[in-house]
Design a binder for this molecule. Sequence first.
Ligand SMILES: Cc1ncc(COP(=O)(O)O)c(C=O)c1O
Length: 355
Amino acid sequence: MLKARQCVREMREYHSPLSSPTTELRLDMNESTTGCSPRVLAKLNSMNERTLAQYPRREAGEKLVADFLDVAPQQLLLTNGADEAIDLLCRAYLEPQDEIVIVVPTFAMYDVFSQMEHAKAVRVPTGPDFSFPLERVLKALTAKTRIVVICNPNNPTGIDVPRSAIMQIIQAAPDAAILLDEAYFDFYGQTMIDQIGKLPNLFVARTFSKAYGLAGLRLGVMVGDVEQMSVLRRMASPFNVNAFAIECLAEALADRQFVADYVAQVIASREWLRKELEKLGFKCWPSHGNFILCRFGDEKKNILDALRARGISLRDRPDCEGCVRITIGKQQEMERLMAELKQVLSQLPANQATR
Ligand SMILES: Cc1ncc(COP(=O)(O)O)c(C=O)c1O
């Protein structure tokens, strides 16, 4: 009988929340509820049959993004979402039984892609209040460590990692690839891209799925040392990024005001929502992303189900006890969420909500 590789057979299937019926207000995927720049939309609408008939020219897009990030085109690779960038990194550096250090709770795909290589995931728990456990990460490094993942700010906690901690890890693991996932950079504003070209084991991943509102286009970037990027480039399909994404890049990058306005709105709504949730007695963690982690406690499932019945989905995070992750939308969407949540809470049996 035909059998897939053992590591694949042992994997659990990853079910995105999108595989269940979707709701009117989706606050469970960290997508933008605003959408993309109108300039991008106009570009998409102007595309013709010729663009679709031809293979996409990734190099043209790479030049644009390189200029935007102030790196050389040879220092980056455009990918089919940041997901593909992470996958390529795992495939390039992990032999079976090699170790990848992952601070948990975090984004699920690091686990998925490293399992595919039959690597050993060394899961390091975060510190108090989900703080970055620098000492524990340093202790977890061994001669077999090939990748260390740092998600900054971290999904789902929103907590950031101090630059000095990242530097210490890079220096302590010169033979490992340090994957710095900056998917939520635009909401945070701090980056290590300035160190590309100086630190040969640093890789920075970015995405257009969040602040640019282009999750459906599937466009990500990996930035790193020229030599290492040539390794990843060898592995990627030359046509990994689709023509729509490449064609829209110039407009997406040029409309800086759109991204700046969206980010400012998200930050204001996020802080408003946090205060409102705290007024209800729910613990929230300070977030640097377009989402917030909130502890609903023992009533979490009932609250999630009741909100879903009212057309709002939040993301359950069973890996953070009693918690849900809430994507930040427009102010009026956050107000709707709070109004619905208050109604849901008022219908819960009294005294049961432990906060
Ligand atoms: C931390 C992190 N990295 C990477 C990704 C994947 O992004 P993309 O849509 O570009 O594949 C996500 C998406 O939610 C994320 O949260």
